[in-house]
Design a protein around this ligand. Structure first.
Ligand SMILES: COCCCN1C=C(N)c2cc(S(N)(=O)=O)sc2S1(=O)=O
Ligand SMILES: [Zn+2]
Length: 260
């Protein structure tokens, strides 16, 4: 019962009971209000150099759909932008809603997107992932917004086709030869701010890099995502939807933009 989730009895309002950091003053997600954003001309552009061979498996953990990568050496890395050094890609996952008008965690000028893709990277100067979680510059997450449209990105197809193999909690399937940078939109414009994991333990170790341009997915692709079950294969099907954390207080933090 103490396992956290997104339901009434174990959802975001309860997380602080087992994870005190959830009430910190650098929590994520936040709303990005363009009027409060500062353009920072010193922000360089970010670069991802991912090895498709690093992709290993895709799994349904009952809370999201996650693709895990080999991060045992500098094989798939993110550098530049607000970051110093090369951060290793560890996993990607998504947050989505029960309908197309909500589902993202970050909100842009009041706009909620249907889903938000997170690519999680960690700073190897801290030895390992667990060590990186304890450092303010330990983790970098690239957030990509997904909106429902008529010209879906074919690359999303690959992830969403695999969904049929991981319908229930605990299911895992091989997921190889995949370069997630194909999911990036054309524009490299981004916002960046310092925040936390949007799930327990909610450590405040994340440099967020949120891409301004959303990518498109089809209604059918969103329906597939929503066809995942929170429960195991011998339990009743319970749609895995609305796995997003509500907005957290900005508490004076500055959000910088790489663009004017
Ligand atoms: C296999 O690694 C074990 C830990 C995996 N992670 C668990 C999360 N809930 C989580 C949430 C994250 S989010 N929503 O803040 O990007 S990043 C992240 S994570 O730290 O990468
Ligand atoms: Zn996430």
């Amino acid at each position: 019962q103490s396992v956290w989730g997104y339901d009434r009895e174990n959802g975001p309002e309860h997380w602080h009971e087992n994870y005190p950091m959830a009430k910190g003053d650098k929590q994520s997600p936040i709303e990005i209000n363009s009027k409060d954003v500062r353009h920072d001309s010193s922000l360089s552009s970010w670069h991802a150099s991912y090895d498709p061979g690093a992709a290993k498996t895709i799994l349904n953990n009952g809370r999201t759909c996650r693709v895990v990568f080999d991060d045992s050496f500098d094989r798939s890395v993110l550098r530049g932008g607000p970051l110093t050094g090369a951060y290793r890609l560890r996993q990607l996952h998504l947050h989505w809603g029960s309908a197309d008008d909500h589902g993202s965690e970050h909100v842009i000028d009041g706009v909620k997107y249907a889903a938000e893709l997170h690519l999680v990277h960690w700073n190897p100067k801290h030895g390992n992932f667990a060590g990186a979680l304890k450092q303010p510059d330990g983790v970098a997450v690239v957030g990509v917004f997904l909106k429902v449209g008529k010209t879906p990105k074919p690359e999303m197809k690959r992830i969403l086709e695999e969904i049929d193999n991981i319908k229930t909690k605990g299911k895992e399937a091989p997921f190889q030869h995949f370069d997630p940078s194909i999911l990036f939109p054309k524009s490299r414009d981004y916002w960046t701010y310092h925040g936390s994991f949007t799930t327990p333990p909610c450590e405040e170790c994340i440099t967020w890099i949120l891409l301004r341009e959303p990518i498109e997915v089809s209604p059918d692709q969103m329906a597939r995502l929503r066809s995942l079950s929170k429960n195991g294969e011998n339990e009743p099907m319970c749609p895995l939807v609305d796995n997003w954390r509500p907005l957290q207080p900005v508490k004076g933090r500055i959000v910088r933009a790489s663009f004017k």
